[in-house]
Design a protein around this ligand. Structure first.
Ligand SMILES: [Zn+2]
Length: 423
């Protein structure tokens, strides 16, 4: 089938920004406005998962209200979206009123066997997925045996049908076309090969999901809040292949013409920004990059730089995070690498200046003070600030100037500019 795109069409370049406490939408939007002033439209998508809402004690409506207010205050005339990040059938309902972007997370369903005979009939229906598959942009044709296609179908068909169920659940409750659909399979162990991605997209087309972004698992480690760890050359090769497969799938299965990759970066994968930029230009493709949680770290840096009261709270949050190391890290165990021996003690941190605190935390790998262990701990430590309640958010307001400066500079200088504007 093919899709008449009559509803929301996600722009070519978009950036997923996270805002744990819903206080930084305006300085985040200011970074997009700076790019727009330079002639590059990068639309913001405020993403927040159910897990984050539960830890912070917030509602999707808070994210929507903050986004709407920022757009009003800055006079942003372009699109913006609110993403129900990593939802499934159990968690989607609370997002129905506030979100217009849904990331259907079906990674857990990968490997679950499909209905009896479903894989065989899929392969029968898709003879083009067997044998030699020529894809423009991939130097060597893919070579896939019937057995390989059938086994990939057994691995992925149930997950895709699950995405179909979630999509229809949303479409029955919101008007179809009035929301953007992403399918994510990133939170799994092994990256999808180009032929697997092609099969997944064919199955998504069979399900009639008007998918606009897809988040596969890429090669390498995407730990939270720190740089990419892996083979950058291999990443670039796979990223280029994925772009080629997507263009091929749009042409052959009539998927939405603006379908693009979504990179769930876990924030701050600076060393793959240049390969991403190069591939996008080569293929004339768009991308969605989620950079999620680092705004909260800019709040801490902004607090530390704002004066004694802010610095004292920033230190207190670190000390508490250190005390609750195991609890804070447990939900993120697969995506952090913290060496407790590299975490400074509470008494060391007590004497830190604002420069020391900011230098340790700010993601400048050239700065000798930078400590990725502290950064990762605080990245997952937002529950500590959530527990401080109004004490924390009141201070955010009092230190607004310092925090805003850091939030906008981080998003623009370290993400938007190197990804989308640099020549
Ligand atoms: Zn993700």
């Amino acid at each position: 089938m093919s899709y008449r795109q009559t509803g929301i069409v996600l722009e070519k370049l978009s950036i997923g920004v996270g805002d744990r406490f819903a206080h930084q939408a305006k300085p985040q939007l200011a970074a997009c406005a700076r790019a727009a002033d330079k002639g590059v439209l990068v639309v913001p998508v405020w993403n927040k998962s159910n897990r984050e809402h539960k830890i912070v004690g917030s509602e999707p409506g808070n994210t929507r209200a903050a986004a709407d207010a920022a757009v009003r205050e800055l006079g942003w005339t372009h699109s913006y979206y609110v993403d129900a990040d990593h939802i499934n059938l159990d968690t989607v309902d609370r997002f129905l009123a506030a979100s217009d972007f849904y990331t259907l997370d079906v990674a857990d369903a990968i490997g679950h066997p499909p209905d009896a005979g479903a894989a065989e009939s899929f392969v029968h229906r898709h003879p083009e997925l067997v044998g030699r598959i020529e894809i423009q942009g991939i130097p060597e044709p893919l070579q896939v045996t019937a057995e390989q296609t059938c086994s990939a179908a057994r691995k992925y068909l149930f997950a895709v049908s699950q995405a179909g169920r979630i999509y229809r659940h949303i479409a029955d409750r919101k008007q179809a076309g009035h929301f953007i659909t992403e399918v994510s399979m990133d939170e799994t162990d092994s990256p999808q090969t180009p032929s697997e991605l092609l099969l997944i997209l064919a199955a998504i087309a069979d399900q009639g999901i008007p998918i606009q972004t897809i988040a596969p698992k890429f090669t390498g480690r995407f730990n939270k809040g720190v740089d990419y760890a892996g083979d950058v050359g291999q990443f670039e090769k796979e990223f280029g292949s994925d772009l080629a497969v997507i263009a091929h799938a749009i042409a052959h299965y009539g998927l939405p013409a603006n379908l693009k990759l979504s990179v769930h970066s876990g924030s701050d994968k600076f060393s793959i920004y240049e390969p991403i930029r190069r591939c996008l230009r080569l293929f004339g493709a768009g991308v969605h990059v989620k950079t999620a949680g680092t705004t909260w770290l800019e709040e801490l840096i902004g607090l530390a730089e704002a004066g004694p009261e802010g610095l004292s709270m920033a230190k207190q949050i670190y000390t508490s995070a250190l005390d609750h190391l195991d609890d804070l890290c447990a939900p993120y165990a697969a995506v952090i690498d913290i060496d407790p021996a590299r975490l400074p003690s509470a008494s060391e941190v007590r004497d830190w200046t604002a420069e020391q605190y900011a230098g340790t935390l700010r993601h400048d790998q050239q700065n000798p003070l930078f400590n990725s262990h502290v950064r990762q701990l605080l990245h997952v430590g937002y529950k500590i600030a959530a527990n401080l309640g109004n004490r924390y958010t009141d201070l955010l307001r009092a230190c607004e100037e310092s925090i805003s400066r850091n939030v906008t500079a981080n998003l623009y200088d370290r993400h938007i500019e190197p990804l989308f504007l640099r020549t």
